[in-house]
Ligand binder design. Structure first.
Ligand code: NAI
Length: 466
């Protein structure tokens, strides 16, 4: 068999290992999970196909899954998000990983297609996904086995690369995706956008295995999406542009969890922040948090920086961008690049400034600075979220993998989308308190009875909103 990894430079492994050590110290949830479950090996026999940003933090997740008995194969879920030293460390210690920073679209999908088959010929039986691309590859691939016409007429370059990967595989092995599909016992999904895709499939009745929505664990979306972006957005803009943030006008599209963190990030750096929203509740929240709520048409001519954070498409259109200020910085922190109409900018002149920073010349007196070609700016221009917050997210991921692999007995999980139970969410939070010196108070028996909750939790009902 050909070398079972594809990384940029394997000699970066030692540097990767050093940073993994720093990250492990900041990831108490994952390390506690190793201690608690290591001996019992609950993931023994699990062959996990992982598609999630190949960063240092993800290296600690991979090692945790392996410590619990799993074997894994890994690819990144974004062409710009890989940290090459992290990928090298994982590959050098014997785990097949296919990822480097700055993949072509063709490489991206070919790497995703190398997730499924182990060296001994056995197939993946679990998916750990971020954004849903790995799951989509198997589901669309198996559909194409019976209806190849769905691979005709790709709508853009990205889809063309995706379809080509499927065609190449089916030419070699016509029943491949159906065999993988039949082998998969479940998927755990990291992010809002991937979860949206899973709920759509469940609604249509085309979800062939159970799924756990990791994103909607409170200790994921109310922490990673919010506090993670609060640290990583401004970091990305600074690394990309070195622009002075204080005093600038910055617009954030979307005031969900990511938007809240992003707006706070910009405000913390001294920007005056405008917010656009379609949901009146989130718009009111933004206004009462002290942001000016405007439309994109109003915001654009005033903004020095524009960030999309909606998970929706066409939020920043070519028309909007033509009304930008000269040298406005444009970026996206949502999962996919279709939030900004980058395709519509292709006909203008582009000047590459450095990796993941381009100047697009819209007219003689109007240029915009586009970061990461409209892809996730915090992972493209910086290193994503800090380890501590990813520890909470990835502890949820690990518990979700254990649920679907080891605890799906007597039909507990059907082909539907589930969230982890509240007591596990509270446990993930509890695992992160000591590290930051937080002391938890304890309910007396009488107090617990008075407010009607068990003395040791769960402390809230399932629909409490935090
Ligand atoms: P959310 O659903 O909490 O928030 C999105 C908000 O955008 C909603 O309030 C919605 O009303 C608003 N929105 C939708 N269309 C809009 C439009 N046309 N104009 C203005 N506002 C609009 O979702 P969340 O969790 O904030 O995630 C947003 C995106 O960020 C998703 O794609 C998610 O996968 C991604 N994400 C990225 C992370 C990163 O590190 N870069 C981390 C976590 C999530």
């Amino acid at each position: 068999m050909a070398q079972d990894y594809a990384v940029k430079d394997i000699s970066l492994a030692e540097f990767g290992e050093k940073e993994i050590q720093i990250a492990e110290h900041e990831m108490p949830g994952l390390m506690a999970t190793r201690r608690e479950f290591g001996a019992a090996q609950p993931l023994k026999g699990a062959r996990i196909a992982g598609s999630l940003h190949m960063t240092i933090q993800t290296a600690v997740l991979i090692r945790t899954l392996e410590a619990l008995g799993a074997t894994v194969r890994w690819a990144s879920c974004n062409i710009f998000s890989t940290q090459d030293h992290a990928a090298a460390a994982i590959a050098a210690s014997g785990t097949p990983v296919f990822a480097h920073k700055g993949e072509t679209l063709e490489e991206y999908w070919d790497f995703a297609d190398r997730l499924w088959e182990w060296e001994d010929g056995s197939l993946a039986n679990m998916i750990l996904d971020d954004g849903g691309d790995a799951t989509m590859l198997i589901l669309v691939g198996s559909q194409a086995e019976t209806d190849p016409s769905i691979l005709e007429n790709p709508s853009n370059e990205e889809e063309e690369a995706f379809f080509n990967t499927i065609k190449k595989r089916l030419a070699r092995d016509p029943g491949f995706y159906s065999r993988v599909k039949a082998s998969i016992k479940g998927v755990t999904e990291e992010t809002t956008t991937g979860v949206m895709r899973l709920y759509q499939r469940a609604k249509e009745g085309t979800l062939p295995f159970p799924a756990i929505n990791v994103n909607d664990s409170v200790t994921k979306s109310k922490f990673d999406n919010k506090y993670g972006c609060k640290e990583s957005l401004v970091d990305a803009i600074r690394r990309g542009t070195d622009v002075m943030m204080a005093g600038k006008v910055a617009t954030v599209a979307g005031y969900g969890d990511v938007g809240k963190g992003s707006a706070a990030s910009l405000r913390g750096a001294g920007c005056r922040v405008l917010v656009t929203e379609v949901d009146p509740i989130c718009a009111l929240q933004a206004a009462m948090d002290g942001y000016e709520v405007v439309t994109m048409e109003q915001a654009m001519p005033r903004s020095d920086i524009v960030v999309t954070a909606t998970g929706n498409k066409d939020v920043l259109t070519a028309d909007h961008m033509r009304n930008a200020k000269d040298m406005a910085i444009i970026c996206n922190i949502g999962h996919f690049d279709n939030e900004i109409q980058v395709d519509a900018l292709k006909n203008y002149k582009w000047t590459n400034i450095k990796d993941q920073v381009d100047m697009v010349h819209l007219s003689d007196d109007k240029r915009i600075i586009l970061l990461s070609q409209g892809r996730l700016v915090n992972l493209g221009n910086a290193t994503g979220h800090p380890s501590f917050v990813m520890s909470a997210s990835f502890t949820n991921q690990t518990l979700a993998q254990i649920e679907l692999w080891a605890n799906n007995k007597d039909g507990k999980y059907k082909n539907d989308v589930y969230v982890l139970p509240k007591h596990l969410d509270e446990k993930v939070a509890a695992l992160h308190l000591e590290h930051i010196g937080a002391s938890l108070s304890k309910l007396t028996e009488e107090q617990a009875e008075y407010i009607g909750v068990p003395q040791n939790g769960p402390f809230k009902s399932d629909d409490y909103r935090y």
